[in-house]
Design a protein around this ligand. Structure first.
Ligand code: TRP
Length: 477
C-alpha cells in the first residue's frame, strides 16, 4: 500500500464505515421523522429505500474508491475523466456543508452531556424554555452549574476532538477511535432500551412504532424516508469512496456493505425502540395523550427526553440521561471524523499537503462556516427567518441543501457507474475478494438497481424534494 494509509483489515473498515453511518441522523433525526410520518409505515418505506437504492449505491461507492485508490475527486477523474472529477468536488463541498451544521448540533449534545452528568440541567422547571435560550445565546459567558454555557465553546471542542482523531491518520486515528466508540455505543443503546421497556405504558409506545397505519402514507413520507436513508448511510457525496480507497482488495465489498447497512439500520430502529416507549411513559406520567407531546422536530431529544430523565428521579435520571447524551456524542464523533476525512483526503492526495496541517486548516474553516448555522437559532434575526427560504432558519436551509445534494449525488453516481465507468469494470472490481460474485443473484440485482432503479427513482425524487423545499408544496402531497 502507498503512504496514503489503509485500514488494518475487514473489521477496522466495517467499524469505521458503520461509525460514519451511525450518527445524529439515527438518534436525533430518525425518531422524529418516524414520529411525524406515522411510525411503522415510515419504517417500512425506509427499509425499502435501503434495500433497493442505498445498498447498491453503497457497493458502488466503495468499489469506485477501491478501484481508483484515491479521494472523491481523484477517484471520479481517474475512472471517468476530468469532467467527472467535478462530481467529486461537488461531493467534497457537500461534505463541508454537512459538517458545518452537523458540528453545531453535536456541540449542543456535548453540552447536554456535561450539564446532565455533572451539572443540574435536570432540575430545570422548563426544558423547552431552557433549550430555546441555550441554542439562542451562543456566547453566554455566564458559567452555569460550574460549566461554560456557551455553544460556541462546545462546538469548538467537538471540532477539536474530531481534528485530533483525523490528524492521527487512518489506523491510529479513525480506526482506533471507532473500535472503542462503536461497541460502547451499542452497549449503552441496548442498556437504555432494556430499561425503557420496563417503564409503565412502554408497550403502547412500541405499538405506535411497529404497527403500520396505512392511512398515514403520503408522498411526503416517501420523500422523507429517502432523504433520511441517504443521509443516514453517509451516501452520495464520497465519504465511502474515501473510506473505500483505504480498503484492501482482499475484502468482500457486497458483504461489508451488507454489514454496514445492517449496523446503521439497526441503530436507527433501536433508537425508535428507545424513544417511543419513553415518550409514552411520559404521557402516562403527565396523564396526557402521547400525541400532545411534540415528538416532531429537532427538539425531541433536547426537550422531551430531558423531561423524561427528570421524571426518573435525580440519581437514575442523571445516569440514564448522561449515558444517553454520551451515546449521542459517540455517534456524532464517529460521523464527524468521516466528514472531515473527505476534504482532508482530497488535499493530501491532490495537493500533496501534509495530513496534520491540512486537518487543522480545514477543521478551522468548517467551524467558521458553521457560525451562521449556530447563530440562526434566534440570535440573529435575519438568519433565523430567511426570506428567500420561506422563513426557515439558516441551519434548516443548509441541512435541506445537504439532503438534496446527497440524492442528486447518488443519482449521478449511479449514472457514472452504469454509463461511464461501465458495469464490466464495476463487476471486475467487486469480484475481487468475492469469488462467487460473477454468477450471483447479487450481481443481477446490483445491475438492475444501478442501471435503472437508482438513476430513475433518485432523479425523480430529487426533483420532488427540490420542488417541495423551495416552493413549500407540502399540501400538494
Ligand atoms: N450518516 C451520519 C448520520 O446519520 C452523518 C454523516 C456522516 C454523513 N458522514 C456523512 C451524511 C456523509 C452524509 C454523507 O448522522
Amino acid at each position: 500500500m502507498s503512504s496514503r494509509g489503509n485500514f488494518s483489515g475487514r473489521i477496522g473498515f466495517i467499524l469505521a464505515a458503520a461509525g460514519s453511518a451511525v450518527g445524529l441522523g439515527n438518534i436525533w433525526r430518525f425518531p422524529y421523522l418516524a414520529g411525524q410520518n406515522g411510525g411503522a409505515i415510515f419504517l417500512m418505506i425506509y427499509l425499502g429505500c435501503i434495500l433497493l437504492l442505498c445498498y447498491p449505491i453503497m457497493v458502488g461507492e466503495i468499489a469506485i474508491g477501491r478501484a481508483a485508490n484515491s479521494d472523491a475527486y481523484g477517484s471520479y477523474s481517474k475512472l471517468g475523466g476530468r469532467k467527472w472529477g467535478y462530481l467529486g468536488l461537488f461531493g467534497i463541498l457537500a461534505g463541508i456543508m454537512i459538517l458545518s451544521f452537523y458540528n453545531v448540533v453535536a456541540g449542543w449534545a456535548f453540552g447536554y452531556f456535561l450539564h446532565i452528568s455533572f451539572g443540574d440541567l435536570l432540575n430545570e422547571p422548563d426544558f423547552g424554555g431552557f433549550f430555546g435560550t441555550y441554542v439562542n445565546d451562543i456566547i453566554d459567558l455566564s458559567s452555569w452549574a460550574g460549566f461554560s454555557n456557551s455553544n460556541l465553546v462546545f462546538s469548538l471542542i467537538f471540532m477539536v476532538l474530531t481534528a485530533l482523531i483525523v490528524a492521527q491518520g487512518i489506523q491510529k486515528g479513525i480506526e482506533a477511535s471507532n473500535k472503542i466508540m462503536m461497541p460502547s455505543l451499542y452497549a449503552i443503546l441496548l442498556g437504555i432500551i432494556v430499561y425503557s421497556l420496563t417503564l409503565p405504558n412502554a408497550i403502547s409506545g412500541v405499538q405506535f412504532y411497529l404497527v403500520p397505519e396505512f392511512s398515514e402514507l403520503k408522498v411526503r413520507t416517501i420523500v422523507d424516508a429517502l432523504k433520511q436513508s441517504f443521509f443516514s448511510l453517509s451516501l452520495g457525496m464520497g465519504a465511502l469512496i474515501t473510506y473505500g480507497s483505504y480498503l484492501s482488495k482482499l475484502e468482500n465489498i457486497p458483504t461489508s456493505a451488507r454489514v454496514i447497512s445492517l449496523a446503521d439500520t439497526s441503530v436507527a430502529f433501536f433508537s425508535g425502540l428507545m424513544v417511543f416507549p419513553l415518550v409514552h411513559f411520559l404521557a402516562f406520567k403527565l396523564n396526557i395523550d402521547p400525541q400532545q407531546i411534540g415528538t416532531s422536530g429537532p427538539p425531541l431529544i433536547f426537550v422531551v427526553l430531558p423531561q423524561i430523565f427528570h421524571e426518573m428521579g435525580p440519581v437514575l435520571g442523571r445516569i440514564i440521561g448522561g449515558s444517553f447524551f454520551l451515546l449521542v456524542c459517540f455517534a456524532a464523533l464517529t460521523s464527524t471524523i468521516s466528514l472531515l476525512e473527505v476534504p482532508v483526503a482530497y488535499l493530501v492526495d491532490q495537493k500533496k499537503m501534509q495530513r496534520k496541517s491540512v486537518v487543522w486548516l480545514i477543521a478551522l474553516l468548517i467551524f467558521v462556516l458553521g457560525l451562521p448555522s449556530m447563530m440562526s437559532q434566534g440570535m440573529v434575526e435575519s438568519l433565523n427567518k430567511l426570506t428567500f427560504y420561506r422563513g426557515n432558519d439558516f441551519l434548516t436551509f443548509i441541512s435541506d441543501m445537504s439532503d438534496i445534494s446527497l440524492t442528486v449525488g447518488g443519482c449521478l453516481m449511479a449514472i457514472f457507474i452504469s454509463r461511464r465507468w461501465g458495469m464490466d469494470k464495476f463487476d471486475e472490481e467487486v469480484a475481487q475478494g468475492n469469488d462467487r460474485y460473477l454468477n450471483s443473484g447479487t450481481r443481477k440485482f446490483l445491475h438492475f438497481s444501478l442501471k435503472w432503479a437508482a438513476p430513475i427513482l433518485l432523479g425523480f425524487l430529487s426533483v420532488l424534494i427540490i420542488v417541495e423545499k423551495f416552493f413549500g408544496v407540502e399540501n400538494l402531497f
